[in-house]
Ligand binder design. Structure first.
Ligand SMILES: Cc1cc2nc3c(=O)[nH]c(=O)nc-3n(C[C@H](O)[C@H](O)[C@H](O)COP(=O)(O)OP(=O)(O)OC[C@H]3O[C@@H](n4cnc5c(N)ncnc54)[C@H](O)[C@@H]3O)c2cc1C
Length: 565
């Protein structure tokens, strides 16, 4: 064949497939500076006392919106695998991850997503405001790779419980370290450790008092031997686990290491990994213990109180995580709608689409502001009893509400992308699968509502702090004032009404409290969206679905502010 024949063949080939020009598609989303483009987050961090960390957060916002975003696809798609045995038949109980997962974990731990609150000196940063900054790091991280947020948040949250025992100082320090060391070696040989937790058993999860795993003290030391199982046990490749078990003195909390000090494998087995709806990059397992060695934390019989130190913080991260999922879904929708043209106009210029996007933007900002308000309260709690009381009750309120809002929110954002939002190459299916999880684990919705009732009925400091928070925002908006007064009265009535009636009405009360606290946070912040939030969420100026704002509800303001990319 001559060169001419080749050229004619190539031309025919090209012509045969030259059916159309690709146009009217949005460009690639990344890189996106997730910090610089998020005014709601930046303002909330400053408001809550984290302004000294802006440079550090800016660095992480760029990293997350570029390198980590790109790595996250492989970490998610190539799910972790259990290797129960090596090729010679020895039991090894390890979990294999895609290298992208380890890169993401390494970057997160190096920047303090797990440790900044406890050891800000590692990053040459001040201690004041460190919880707020760590919360913002977690928010940025979760937008991009929510699966790895699970071991990161458990490692962060385990530190106060570990610090209760002076003999666990090394564990606490290594959990807060800036090193990710995923070698399967004893703690003493590691530069950094990760932690998991085991509460849920087959016969009961919310009702942890039904735990049947038992421990027996071992002779001649402080150690115990654990026997039993856990039905959900995430991040089973962690170096240590806070585990609840029945001791002779009642339900107690233990630290169970993966490797014993002499290097031997501790006596627990990973039975299988859970085949989950979403959260794919994270390994969740079922495990059994056959005399696994563990060290007690706190007194026998006080296990729930000890593990609550951890759970309060993981619940805050559920709230931050759901707010982060909303944020990422929102900016993916905004990105698409800024580029996609239909019926002669960009989607973002279509009045009905503007209503949907503006409504989502208001919801997202309210979730972010409320979650960061809680992080600020956690920062101030050691010195301020009212902030401690507020953190106690508002964590349950926010965990219920923000986590409940995420699935519907993500679905609405997904729809903004049309068919592309249902396809795995967009990020929306991943977010959609992830979104229900935060409302299920760490105490499901009803459990949070019952916890709010418990705090109102039995913890006057928390109830007073809630009332004070509501009162502080009055005088700024008449709709808010009426709402706050009514819900404060109903909350106070929980002390007097029949317990069954109180429980049956708890969701309604907590929903109203959550809306009041979101409004209060926005009003006190002088947020440009406070007016629209109050009118739409408290004043009846909105329907049941997103995109039903009144036309004069400040749509332009919400959209101008939403994403400064
Ligand atoms: C992916 C994943 C990973 C997990 N990882 C871990 C982990 O690492 N460690 C761990 O310990 N657990 C883990 N969990 C378990 C999780 O925390 C529990 O599933 C959750 O707390 C609910 O417990 P349960 O499944 O036993 O449901 P149940 O306790 O049976 O509750 C079922 C439903 O009943 C409701 N309910 C319960 N009691 C009441 C009541 N009195 N009144 C009204 N409603 C009520 C609950 O709100 C819930 O909606 C994980 C779960 C998932 C899905």
């Amino acid at each position: 064949m001559s060169n001419d024949d080749d050229a004619i063949g190539a031309m025919r080939h090209t012509q045969a497939f030259d059916t159309h020009t690709v146009r009217n598609q949005s460009p690639e989303f990344a890189p996106c500076d997730l910090w610089a483009t998020d005014p709601a987050l930046r303002e909330a961090v400053v408001r809550e006392g984290g302004d000294a960390f802006a440079g550090h957060l800016g660095d992480y916002g760029r990293l997350a919106g570029d390198a980590l975003y790109r790595l996250s696809w492989d970490a998610h798609r190539d799910r972790p695998r259990l290797r129960s045995h090596d090729r010679f038949g020895h039991r090894i109980d390890t979990v294999e991850f895609h290298p992208a997962y380890h890169e993401i974990m390494g970057a997160a731990i190096a920047q303090g997503v797990a440790g900044l609150s406890w050891a800000s000196q590692h990053w040459a940063l001040p201690p004041v405001g460190a919880h707020v900054a760590r919360a913002a790091l977690s928010f940025l991280h979760h937008q991009v790779e929510p699966g790895s947020s699970c071991p990161l948040t458990m490692t962060h949250a385990a530190v106060p419980a570990l610090r209760r025992e002076p003999s666990l100082r090394d564990w606490a320090d290594k959990a807060a370290a800036a090193q990710y060391d995923h070698r399967d070696v004893p703690m003493a040989e590691k530069t950094g450790v990760t932690l998991g937790m085991g509460m849920t058993e087959k016969q009961g999860g919310s009702d942890v008092r039904s735990n049947e795993t038992t421990v027996l003290p071992l002779p001649g030391g402080d150690d115990y031997a654990l026997t039993g199982h856990k039905w959900f046990f995430s991040a089973p490749m962690s170096d240590g686990f806070l585990v609840l078990a029945q001791a002779p003195g009642g339900l107690s909390c233990f630290l169970m290491p993966r490797r014993l000090p002499d290097g031997a494998k501790n006596a627990f087995r990973i039975m299988r990994l859970k085949d989950k709806l979403g959260d794919w990059s994270n390994a969740s397992s079922e495990v059994e213990f056959a005399g696994a060695r563990a060290q007690r934390i706190g007194e026998e019989g006080r296990g729930i109180a000890v593990i609550l130190d951890m759970v309060m913080l993981t619940r805050l991260d559920c709230m931050l995580g759901s707010a982060a999922e909303m944020r990422m879904a929102l900016i993916q929708a905004l990105h698409h709608c800024r580029h996609r043209v239909a019926f002669g106009k960009r989607l973002i210029d279509q009045p009905l689409m503007r209503n949907v996007l503006a409504d989502l933007a208001i919801e997202s900002e309210a979730a972010t502001a409320f979650a960061l308000r809680l992080a600020g309260a956690v920062d101030r709690a050691p010195q301020d009893a009212r902030e401690a009381g507020f953190a106690r009750i508002a964590t349950a309120i926010g965990k219920f509400w923000i986590c409940k809002r995420a699935p519907a929110f993500v679905n609405e954002a997904q729809e903004c992308l049309g068919g592309a939002g249902y396809v795995e190459e967009s990020m929306l299916p991943r977010l959609y699968r992830q979104a229900p999880l935060n409302s299920i684990w760490e105490g499901s919705g009803n459990i949070q509502c019952l916890d709010v009732l418990r705090a109102l009925q039995r913890e006057p400091v928390a109830a007073d702090a809630l009332r004070a928070e509501l009162l502080q925002a009055t005088g700024r908006h008449p709709v808010y004032d009426a709402w706050a007064m009514a819900v404060a009265t109903d909350a106070a009535a929980m002390l007097t009404i029949d317990p069954d009636a109180a429980q049956a009405g708890a969701r309604m009360l907590v929903e109203r409290l959550a809306l009041a606290l979101q409004a209060a946070t926005l009003l006190r912040a002088d947020s440009l969206l406070a007016e629209a939030f109050c009118r739409s969420r408290l004043g009846g100026g909105r329907g049941m679905v997103f995109g039903t704002l009144n036309a004069d509800a400040g749509l332009d303001t919400a959209l101008d502010r939403a994403w400064s990319a």
